[in-house]
Design a protein around this ligand. Structure first.
Ligand code: ZN
Length: 410
């Protein structure tokens, strides 16, 4: 047997195919996509080598959101009235017992999602809903489009322009209800629309709605007075509103993330706290105090019991979401005060396999932290001010191209 068969990891799987032999081996690939705070560019980075794969010119500075399956990253450019779509070049094909990984060059998709003032961008079961505040509607499209295919957008129309949100929810759509007295105020609830855009049932109340997330089979919206939980019921979405109660006398959630691997939610809760939310617990809200004000937070999709909070003293903190305790910390950057504008350049977090990536915009770097030891592993220098960041990747079986080539030469 050719030595090429044995190259790579010890667990390499060897397959024989009719007409020629090829080998498959385990391949791990992670890519970071990093937007610049002020420049119209998104940089793709290979995590293993630390090398820049490509830089993508956008219309304006972008905020990045990744798809659940990691095949796409949306570059939301609010002030430039457009959302661009980046194909990440990493795709997994599920084969039951294992998944194949397909690696390609990342690239901008041929289509854009244009409209006035896109902000909240939500993916739910493979469908994106991009809400355009100044139009008061969301454009919905499928995440699984071919690169060259132009999506046929389905519009989900709210009652009026407002700072809103929509979610494609199976056969139904959910859309925020603007405040009837003041469209500049936050929405007052959620309503359910059928496929033709007709309202079904009553408005689910959610005063001062801001923030949404999915975890497992639950969807939540953060309201001024509690969290609105949405489940898929037999005859459409079912709502349950859970008040903050004693936990939230003065605070509320405005940004919420959904746990991966474990079903829970993590939200901001005033400047110096985060809150863990589990609707199935007798005490659904657990407040975690932070030593200084919070800059960003992220859940760990791989080590599901952990989440991370970056605080303004330049420290990354590890939160055990089961115990609700901060269990480790690592000073990474200079101070990033939360005084000043909310949109000033400050660090953002993404988890890339066994590494936690933290942008350091004022130093032009991405810090990489070993998730197992919680020590700094390395850093990647980037031009400008690296700001929002997402990671895509994983491990799968890939064809051993070297060997295949040798075989063809036989
Ligand atoms: Zn918002």
């Amino acid at each position: 047997m050719n030595k090429g068969f044995l190259k790579g990891t010890a667990g390499a799987l060897v397959l024989l195919a009719a007409g020629g032999a090829f080998a498959e081996e385990e391949t791990t690939a992670w890519r970071l996509f990093v937007s610049d705070h002020s420049a119209a560019v998104v940089t793709g980075v290979d995590v293993a080598s630390g090398e820049i794969i490509d830089r993508f010119q956008t219309y304006g500075p972008a905020r990045l959101v990744r798809s659940e399956d990691g095949t796409r990253v949306l570059a939301v450019q609010t002030n430039d009235d457009v959302v661009q779509v980046i194909d990440t070049g990493i795709e997994f094909e599920d084969h039951g017992g294992h998944a194949d990984i397909h690696l390609d060059a990342p690239g901008l998709a041929d289509f854009t999602v244009a409209g006035q003032y896109p902000v909240h961008t939500v993916e739910h079961s493979g469908k994106w809903a991009v809400f355009f505040d100044k139009e008061g509607l969301a454009r919905v499209f499928d995440n699984h489009l071919e690169g060259a295919e132009t999506p046929s957008f389905v519009n989900v129309v709210a009652d009026a322009p407002h700072h809103g949100v929509a979610v494609a929810f199976g056969e139904r759509s959910l859309v925020s209800v603007p405040n009837p007295e003041n469209a500049d105020a936050l929405p007052i609830g959620i309503e359910v629309l059928d496929r033709s855009g007709d309202r079904i049932g009553d408005v689910a109340e959610c005063p001062d709605l801001h923030g949404e997330a999915t975890s497992g089979d639950l969807l939540v919206f953060a309201c001024g007075d509690g969290i609105l939980v949405v489940r898929a019921g037999r005859s459409g979405p079912e709502f349950q509103h859970i008040e903050y109660g004693a936990a939230g006398a003065d605070e509320r959630v405005t940004t919420v993330l959904g746990g991966r691997g474990l079903q829970y939610f993590l939200g901001n809760f005033g400047a110096r706290k985060v809150v863990l939310f589990d609707p199935f617990e007798a005490a659904p809200y657990r407040v975690v105090d932070l030593p200084t004000r919070r800059v960003d937070f992220a859940v760990d999709p791989i080590r599901a019991q952990f989440a991370y909070v970056f605080t303004e003293d330049g420290t990354l903190r590890q939160l055990n979401v089961l115990s609700g305790r901060l269990v480790d910390d690592l000073k990474l950057t200079g101070p990033y005060s939360m005084d000043g504008n909310w949109s000033d350049p400050r660090p953002r977090i993404a988890v890339a396999g066994d590494l936690i990536a933290v942008t350091d915009p004022l130093e032009g770097k991405v810090h990489l932290v070993d998730a197992a030891t919680f020590e700094k592993a390395s850093e990647i220098g980037l031009e400008g001010m690296p700001y929002t960041i997402v990671a895509v990747g994983g491990t799968g079986m890939s064809e051993d191209h070297d060997h295949e080539h040798e075989h063809e030469d036989d």
